[in-house]
Design a protein around this ligand. Structure first.
Ligand SMILES: Cc1cc2nc3c(=O)[nH]c(=O)nc-3n(C[C@H](O)[C@H](O)[C@H](O)COP(=O)(O)OP(=O)(O)OC[C@H]3O[C@@H](n4cnc5c(N)ncnc54)[C@H](O)[C@@H]3O)c2cc1C
Length: 359
């Protein structure tokens, strides 16, 4: 009898969509020995390239259910993947810790309750008198910020991660930069058709193409609905001798906005939950409005870069959508949030489904 690995070598898997999810699936499956074709006409313009890369795992306050299980698995898998990926880019790393802050007393009480209940030594409350909070209060000219710190959560640079994944896949998989307009199964084989009418044959198809997933499976009558969610980020330059942004933590969140100081006078602010398709014209006003009173240096700040990404959010079911539709068709999409964090756990799930399919 032929070994599984031998079967894997002969089996061809097509992955549609080369965002973080498609790339991670490609890597995981290629390492198992499968022949991979990854297809995407616009792989550098997707939401993955817009992500800030915060990995909010241990901080997640619901410690049960599918969402937590995926986070927990990803938290365990990330260090192994970092070791693997450092062979291709030794600077790739997860910078820790991660800090979540609020000016809302109710929210803070929830942090306290969560930390008290979980008794995790890597999660701690940050009271007003901690040095971190003192520095934040000083910089943002506030008095009422409090929060929690997770020593084992952090941030990976999403663009650097994507380029490192590209390096790790180079010459190991086949990449096609075309749009897929149709998929169909015929005589035990899948056929995916490109816009230029080229048919690519495979044993398995994995759909990682976000909002466009529904276009490809509509005719196969699967009731999946996805709606677009906008996420925006700005890089802001400040001009204030008194403020050194590098005295702040490496990455933190205040009242829902993610903040990443990148130099003494520049920071990135990201906001990820907007139900519209077009980036706001008054983005600066909106994205910097996370405190009752903005500090002067922020009021006078200048946008030096801005970008956005559109993700897909499942309607009528939780995110993400990970479904084995049978017959060698798998969906791994609907990552409107946390796609970077969850990529390792989700590609592991896909790999297990495929191993079962071939065994
Ligand atoms: C501003 C912002 C900040 C974010 N911050 C974080 C964060 O801090 N941490 C975190 O974990 N997540 C974050 N996210 C979310 C994260 O970016 C997403 O969850 C993740 O990128 C989703 O990845 P994906 O591969 O599913 O989709 P995408 O990256 O959108 O990739 C889908 C790909 O499919 C391709 N495609 C579509 N149709 C077809 C077709 N017919 N044929 C071939 N290819 C096709 C597209 O071209 C695209 O490249 C952020 C997102 C934004 C916008």
């Amino acid at each position: 009898m032929k070994s599984l690995k031998e079967n894997f070598h002969k089996s061809h898997i097509v992955i549609i969509g080369s965002g973080i999810i498609g790339k991670f699936n490609a890597l995981e499956l290629r390492e198992l020995g499968f022949q991979i074709t990854l297809i995407d006409p616009a792989e550098q313009k997707n939401s993955s390239n817009a992500a800030l890369g915060l990995l909010m795992g241990n901080m997640y306050q619901k410690r049960s259910g599918r969402s937590w299980d995926l986070r927990k698995q990803s938290i365990e898998l990330w260090p192994k993947w970092i070791v693997f990926l450092q062979k291709f880019n030794n600077e790739l790393n997860i910078k820790k810790p991660l800090i979540q802050l609020t000016t809302n007393e109710e929210k803070f009480k929830k942090f306290e309750k969560f930390i008290y209940k979980n008794n995790d030594p890597n999660l701690k409350i940050l009271e007003k008198d901690s040095i971190i909070i003192e520095n934040i209060n000083k910089a943002f000219q506030t008095k009422n910020i409090k929060g929690m710190i997770s020593l084992e959560d952090g941030r990976i640079n999403a663009v650097s991660l994507l380029r490192t994944l590209d390096k790790s896949l180079k010459n190991k998989i086949n990449f096609i930069d075309e749009e897929i307009i149709k998929i169909k199964k015929s005589r035990n084989q899948w056929f995916v058709t490109t816009k230029n009418n080229r048919d690519i044959k495979s044993d398995v198809v994995i759909l990682c193409n976000s909002l466009k997933t529904v276009d490809l499976i509509d005719n196969l009558s699967h009731n999946i609905k996805l709606k677009p969610v906008l996420g925006q980020a700005v890089e802001v330059a400040i001009n204030d001798e008194e403020v050194d942004l590098l005295t702040l933590p490496k990455q933190f969140n205040i009242n829902g906005k993610n903040i990443i100081p990148i130099s003494k006078s520049k920071l990135i602010i990201g906001s990820t939950d907007e139900y519209s398709l077009k980036p706001e014209k008054n983005i600066f006003e909106k994205i910097t409005n996370f405190l009752d009173n903005k500090p002067n240096w922020l009021i006078k700040g200048q946008i030096t870069k801005k970008w956005f990404g559109i993700r897909s959010r499942p309607e009528g079911e939780p995110s993400p959508i990970m479904k084995n539709l049978g017959d060698g068709l798998i969906i791994c999409t609907g990552f409107y949030k946390n796609g970077i964090l969850l990529a390792p756990a989700c590609s592991k799930w896909v790999a297990n489904e495929i191993k079962n399919y071939f065994s």
